[in-house]
Design a protein. Structure first.
Length: 602
């Protein structure tokens, strides 16, 4: 039979034509169109026009609906899912396709017939298809995978074509999909492998290539962290990535190789592979290309089942950003530039891990980095480099701590000193003393807000009078998801959304915003597209809260007043809180209030 021979690699035939090219003559497609009309996605008149336009053969109906009549992909996929009573799978470049399933299939055949296998779980095969009810395709699938249970997922034509293009790229010998295929084959060949003791060496070729490829893929997707999470009871080890602040499961690795993968990472980080009972920290310098290198901070933690979790933070070498490109409000930017040019004092940038504090400090240094200034920095690690800075990597194991580096800097004729973090009273006292003796000092601290930073330093035991005199400004910041510019759309919010904005900003301060609820008032959201993986968000925007030391604020610091009292006084003097800055950026269409609440609300 022709179709059967076309299934194998090398064949190029197949049943030509697509379901969508004949949409107007099929009951299936009519039901889908009726669903779109019923949901208000498209008008009946536009449906009729799209059907007529598709008859000339210049474009199929799916293309007409998506491109000419702007039907959202998710809406069309949802209608298909409802009709076929199966899940809808949109295209996602992060999907790992099991290359082992494609070894005997011809990609040209799959492209013409619009189906492909995605994953295998034991005897269950997940198959993506444009038409789960197509009997001919069903026979083809069963011939390709005899004796297996088939679970269908519906997809759009263009998404299936993109998945096939992705599969072609992942089908190379160094891809994650093909390496996983090798590991799965080894499990079938060696069923006696024990998932606890491990059955493969950490220097095995497949394990080495898999670990390298995971790092490369995480960098390609813009991930900030990689989480390696082994589980008990022969469950696959999860690999999760954090992108734009959100974790998601990227892939699974057979449980039999969890020890080997963890050991491989520990070898790369020069850690003790025999020590599994206590946490370890290390670093990996990994070359991605001839001219590009990434540094990874590695942390291992013992977990239940005699396993170890591994977290790798990617620190790609970056250039400093200009201060005026960091989404500061105009007044905040002006104040930051003014205090950065002061000859002495202390500037603190505070927030949780990964909130962009180091990036902000380097932007300040870039603003004042001239031949007239001698600038020393102590960092752990050195993430951003720029000419004119003398940068020191601290190494606590040999006694080179932030405090030790600070003392050394004061003997090296500095004008400006940047300390990666104030971790203890000793470092804080030296920094305050240096700022009072003619040096500009910049540092970071892990606190939630600008006012809480003052209380934290006083609780550490710092002298309140010295700190009040030294402080030039405390900048608190968070990173919030940015609306994707490719699919951003305006919409008229409900009265409830307006009231939430007013309450979040503060009803007493809302009149300064000058916005009332009107019929022509709009907010913005991301519709979801390929550029943002249908999330509606791509990239992040910082939220800022800058506390400046007026005479009244200095008096409150010196008298060790309570946090609430300091905050009330600061807001009366014009402090814009993190939430207020976030609401302003939501009104500008940069982010959404829901995202602001997720990172800035207590």
């Amino acid at each position: 039979m022709t179709v059967e021979t076309d299934l194998v690699a090398g064949g190029t035939g197949g049943k030509k034509g697509s379901r969508w090219s004949k949409l107007s003559r099929c009951t299936i497609e009519q039901n889908v169109l009726d669903t779109l009309v019923y949901r208000g996605i498209i008008s009946q008149a536009d449906v009729s026009a799209a059907v007529e336009d598709s008859k000339d053969g210049s474009a199929d109906l799916e293309t007409m609906l998506l491109d000419r009549y702007r039907v959202p992909k998710d809406a069309l996929g949802s209608a298909l899912s409802e009709y076929y009573q199966c899940s809808y799978l949109p295209y996602d470049e992060r999907t790992v396709i099991d290359a082992d399933l494609l070894k005997t299939l011809n990609l040209d055949y799959l492209r013409k017939n619009l189906w492909l296998p995605i994953a295998r779980r034991g005897s269950l095969i997940d198959v993506l298809t444009s038409d789960p009810h197509d009997l001919d395709k069903g026979w083809d699938v069963r011939r390709a995978f005899p004796g297996m249970t088939i679970r269908y997922t519906v997809g759009l034509r263009r998404d299936i074509e993109q998945f096939l293009h992705l599969a072609k790229g992942q089908g190379t010998s160094g891809s994650i999909g093909s390496i996983l295929g090798e590991l799965i084959n080894e499990i079938h060949l060696e069923p006696a492998i024990d998932p606890v003791s491990g059955g493969i060496d950490e220097n095995d070729s497949a394990i080495v290539r898999l670990t390298n490829q995971v790092i490369a893929e995480a960098d390609r997707l813009g991930a900030s962290d990689i989480h390696i999470e082994p589980y008990e009871d022969r469950k696959d080890m999860a690999v999760r990535l954090r992108i734009d602040g959100t974790c998601f499961t990227y892939m699974g690795i057979p449980a039999a190789y969890r020890r080997a993968v963890v050991s491989r990472i520990k070898i790369m980080a020069n850690l003790d592979i025999a020590e599994r009972r206590k946490p370890q920290d290390g670093k990996i310098r990994y070359r991605l290309a001839r001219d590009r290198e990434v540094e990874l901070r590695v942390a291992t933690l013992p977990t239940s089942g005699q396993d170890e979790d591994v977290v790798l933070r990617l620190l790609t070498a970056k250039r400093p950003m200009p201060l005026d490109a960091m989404d500061f409000a105009p007044a905040t930017l002006q104040s930051m530039q003014a205090i950065a040019e002061k000859p002495y004092g202390i500037i603190l940038c505070v927030g949780p891990t990964g909130s962009g504090k180091t990036t902000t400090l380097h932007a300040i240094l870039k603003h004042i980095n001239t031949d007239e200034r001698k600038i020393w920095t102590a960092e752990d690690p050195v993430e951003i480099t720029q000419d004119g800075l003398r940068q020191v990597q601290v190494h606590s194991k040999i006694g080179l701590t932030f405090a030790t580096a600070m003392r050394a800097f004061l003997r090296a004729d500095p004008d400006v000193i940047m300390i990666g973090e104030m971790r203890d009273k000793e470092t804080a006292d030296i920094a305050i003393e240096a700022s009072l003796t003619g040096h500009l000092v910049l540092s970071t601290l892990h606190t939630n807000s600008a006012v809480e930073t003052v209380i934290r330093l006083l609780d550490l035991g710092c002298d309140s009078f010295n700190f009040a005199d030294a402080m030039l400004g405390v900048l608190a910041q968070r990173l919030c998801k940015r609306i994707c510019i490719q699919c951003k759309e305006a919409y008229h919010p409900s009265r409830q959304e307006y009231d939430e904005l007013v309450q979040g900003y503060g009803a007493q301060d809302w009149p300064t915003v000058g916005i009332e609820y009107r019929a022509d008032w709009s907010l913005y959201r991301g519709r979801g597209c390929e550029a943002c993986n249908r999330t509606g968000f791509k990239g992040r925007v910082p939220l800022h809260e800058l506390l400046l030391p007026s005479e009244g604020m200095k008096h409150l610091i010196q008298t060790r007043s309570q946090t609430a009292q300091m905050l009330t006084f600061a807001m009366k003097e014009g402090l814009v809180t993190l939430v207020q800055d976030g609401v302003r950026k939501a009104l500008q269409g940069i982010t959404t209030y829901r995202q602001v609440r997720a990172v800035a609300m207590k």
